[in-house]
Ligand binder design. Structure first.
Ligand code: EPZ
Length: 425
């Protein structure tokens, strides 16, 4: 397993090109199952999770062609075509590698009237149930049984529109049911729907494919089902979590980085929080610049569904606050076990006390480098951020977690002056 070695203490300066959003690309790719025509996606990042989902879609019968490689400042252009669905089963050995595979459930059921999808199982950050996905599809007329670790779903007469109210905001359940509703008979209303930019990006692509959706960007989506959808071309929205991660790299090292294609509009809660901590943001022609000119102050953060502070930036924020002046209370309200970066940060000298869903961070003048263990995608990158600021050498183990969601991370950071390299095992 590869490792990443960092010698910290250098302020980062330069620019980083932000790629297409992983969490938009994944549902957009499953949307290709909804039509027998070609869906062309541009700005597709080259990530392990994208490769995993590609393998799953290909075994369903989706043709996946890279039309053009990475376009300089843009990701790859790919064409997906599900002319015929040759299998409606998503097998455990593929789904277990990436939970988002469950997003084939709604499209397969809508297109074919049947689907057998492995239950994704939990992961490091929580049990990650899919009860809201199942409940919504049942309301749309699907018959769903759970057997042998699989979801067995059927809707021989097709799905029908339903009024669905989510008891809690769920990105994946919103996306699965949104896709299913585009081919259901009649109208579906999704109330308390997720408003993440990745959900909005998916809705916009579905409209380009001929779907009829109202309320895009709000917490109530109204979908009038169609008999079929057609092909389209769609550019994937830039990755706000990658953007937030790298702007915190500038902040934690006391440097200044231009985030090319970064969109601060999708990070308003993060922008407000970090401005209060002493970070300055300046729009540029290609995106925006984040700089830390003076001190870094401890501020509180609580993760919430969009437009609140994203849970996917919680670990990175904790690394940043561990070297701030003063204290910070960081509260995780979305997942039940998303503090696994805490013991690793503490090995680097961070002072963190966890009480249930809240962590009190007392800032220290300096972290010290140490060998640390990555546990999940975002916890891994918080250790990289800590290593960039720490005195001495940090070696992050199990960086396959990083490769799931960050393309060429060490190259992008090295180009801004970081002393970082990948140690091939
Ligand atoms: C998406 O996961 C993202 N993944 C996650 O990013 C992100 O952290 C999460 O949304 C929250 O923003 C992708 O988009 C591929 P949820 P998802 O359904 O859809 C509970 C990353 O690092 N819940 O919004 O699985 C659930 O347990 C990943 O890129 C149910 O109870 O998240 C959680 O507590 C990590 N029942 C809360 O809702 C359900 O049926 C939010 O989960 C579904 C979810």
């Amino acid at each position: 397993m590869d490792k990443i070695r960092i010698r910290g203490g250098r302020p980062l300066r330069g620019s980083i090109v932000i790629g297409g959003a992983k969490n938009a690309a994944l549902p957009l790719m499953t949307a290709s199952l909804l039509t027998d025509e070609t869906l062309t996606l541009t700005n597709l990042p080259d990530l392990a999770d994208i490769a995993t989902l590609t393998n799953l879609l290909v075994q369903h019968g989706v043709g996946f062609d890279v039309v053009a490689g990475a376009q300089g400042h843009g990701g790859r252009v790919v064409a997906l075509k599900a002319a015929d669905i040759v299998s409606t089963t998503a097998p455990y050995d593929l789904v277990r590698k990436m939970r988002a595979s469950v997003l084939v459930l709604g499209p397969l059921l809508a297109r074919c009237g049947v689907a057998k999808v492995s239950l994704p199982g939990g992961c490091a950050i929580g049990t990650r149930p899919v009860d809201l996905h199942i409940k919504g599809l049942t309301q749309m007329g699907a018959r769903i049984d759970l057997e042998g670790g699989y979801i067995l779903a059927s809707a021989p007469e097709g799905l029908r529109g339903a009024d669905i109210v989510f008891p809690t905001v769920s990105v994946g359940a919103t996306e699965n049911l949104l896709m299913a509703a585009t081919l259901a008979k009649g109208e579906t209303v999704l109330a308390n729907a997720a408003r993440e930019p990745e959900v909005t990006d998916l809705a916009r692509c579905l409209v380009a494919m001929g779907a009829e959706i109202e309320g895009i960007g709000t917490d109530t989506l109204r979908i009038r089902g169609k008999d079929r959808l057609h092909g389209a071309e769609h550019r994937i929205v830039s990755d706000r979590i990658e953007t937030g991660t790298y702007l915190m790299a500038a902040a934690i090292t006391g440097g200044e980085i231009e985030l090319v294609h970064g969109d601060l509009d999708h990070l308003q809660s993060v922008g407000r929080t970090l401005s209060a901590a002493g970070i300055e943001f300046t729009p540029t022609e290609r995106g925006f610049r984040a700089a830390r000119t003076n001190g870094l102050h401890g501020v509180d953060a609580m993760t919430e569904p969009y437009p609140g502070f994203p849970t996917d930036l919680q670990a990175q924020m904790m690394a940043l606050m561990s070297v701030a002046d003063g204290a910070s209370m960081i509260t995780e309200t979305i997942f039940e076990n998303r503090f696994m970066h805490v013991p690793e940060l503490m090995r680097m000298g961070a002072r963190v006390t966890v009480h249930g869903a809240s962590a009190l961070v007392r800032g220290v003048p300096r972290l010290t480098g140490a060998p640390v263990m990555a546990t999940d995608l975002r916890a891994s990158v918080s250790l990289v951020l800590a290593g960039l600021a720490a005195q001495g050498e940090t070696v992050v183990n199990r960086v396959y977690h990083l490769d799931r969601g960050y393309e060429r991370l060490e190259e992008k950071l090295a180009a801004c002056g970081a002393d970082i390299e990948r140690l091939k095992e």
